[in-house]
Every structure is written in structure tokens, then in C-alpha cells.
Design a protein around this ligand. Structure first.
Ligand SMILES: [Cu+2]
Length: 169
């Protein structure tokens, strides 16, 4: 039996859609790499910070409102090998200079992360330790208590130079 003309036309267009859906042009392209973080939630401010081969953060002061959700994207923009010049970004509870020194000293022995387990309570948030060209993204809430919260790089020998503060007010 010969199908009526309108029915044939519908069949052909369905076939065309099906073929189009399988054409090489429809191949998934430029997929998001699995390591990429999801986009920040609406209203979450992103703070981009870099560390470099001269042992410097490009940002040494970040202001935030109490409890403000923040996203920190930290990137090691250096070229030196990770064994010689790695960086992280570690946000700490308010502390004295002596306590900061004690944390930095304990961190030296805490390879490979350089986050001393015994002093975890002092850590509010931290990135991974990054080699050249690497980046890490962390989401956290600024502390609810106004104050100055130090951030440092805990790679051995760095915290004396690589430091800044999150000012909550
Ligand atoms: Cu560093």
C-alpha cells in the first residue's frame, strides 16, 4: 500500500531529523574537563589570586562581609618545578605573629600537603599545593566574626614572604 502524501512527508522529515542527530557535526565537542569546578553559585564573589616564582601573592588583602560566600581561584603562575617552588593558599584563624610562625614551621614537616594535621583547627580554608601553571578553586564562607584573618603559603620557606589577610568587616 502506498502511503498518502502528507504521511510520507512526515516520515521523511523524521528521518532527516534522525540523520541530522547522528551526523558528525553533532559530535560533542570541547567538553568540560572533569577537573574543572562547577560555576560559582549565583551571587558568590570570585577572588582570583596568583603566586609566582618570586614568592609573592599578587593580592595581599581581601575584604569580605561576615559570612559572605566566597570562591577563591588560586593559580601558580610560576615556571619553576614544583619541588623547588610550589604554592598554596591557606586561610587561618586570627593569630599572633608567634602562632603564625609556629604554624609555618610545623607546615615545613607536613609534606606533601604542608598542612600540619595537628594544627588543622587553625585552618579555615586551603587550596592544594600547586606546581607551575596549576590552579585550584575553593568555595567557603568568610568567618562571621569581623577581624583580620591571615593567609599564607605553607611551602617550606615561603610564609615569611607569601602572606596577606582577609579582612572581615
Ligand atoms: Cu609559596
Amino acid at each position: 500500500m502506498i502511503p498518502s502524501l502528507p504521511r510520507l512527508a512526515v516520515s521523511l522529515s523524521v528521518a532527516a531529523l534522525w540523520l541530522g542527530g547522528c551526523s558528525p557535526a553533532e559530535k560533542p565537542s570541547a567538553q568540560t574537563p572533569p577537573s574543572a569546578p562547577p560555576p560559582a553559585a549565583a551571587g558568590v564573589r570570585t577572588v582570583s589570586i596568583t603566586g609566582d616564582d618570586t614568592m609573592k601573592f599578587n593580592v595581599t588583602e581581601v575584604a569580605a562581609a561576615p559570612g559572605e560566600p566566597l570562591r577563591v581561584v588560586f593559580t601558580n603562575v610560576g615556571k619553576l618545578p614544583k619541588q623547588a617552588m610550589a604554592h598554596n593558599w591557606v586561610l587561618l584563624q586570627p593569630c599572633s605573629e608567634a602562632e603564625l610562625n609556629a604554624f609555618g614551621t610545623a607546615a615545613v614537616l607536613a609534606a606533601p600537603t604542608h598542612i600540619p594535621a595537628a594544627k588543622q583547627a587553625q585552618v579555615i580554608a586551603h587550596t592544594k599545593l600547586l606546581g607551575p601553571g596549576e590552579s585550584d578553586t575553593i568555595d567557603f564562607k568568610a568567618p562571621s566574626q569581623p577581624g583580620e584573618y591571615p593567609f599564607i603559603c605553607t611551602f617550606p620557606g615561603h610564609f615569611a614572604m607569601m602572606r596577606g589577610k582577609l579582612v572581615v568587616k
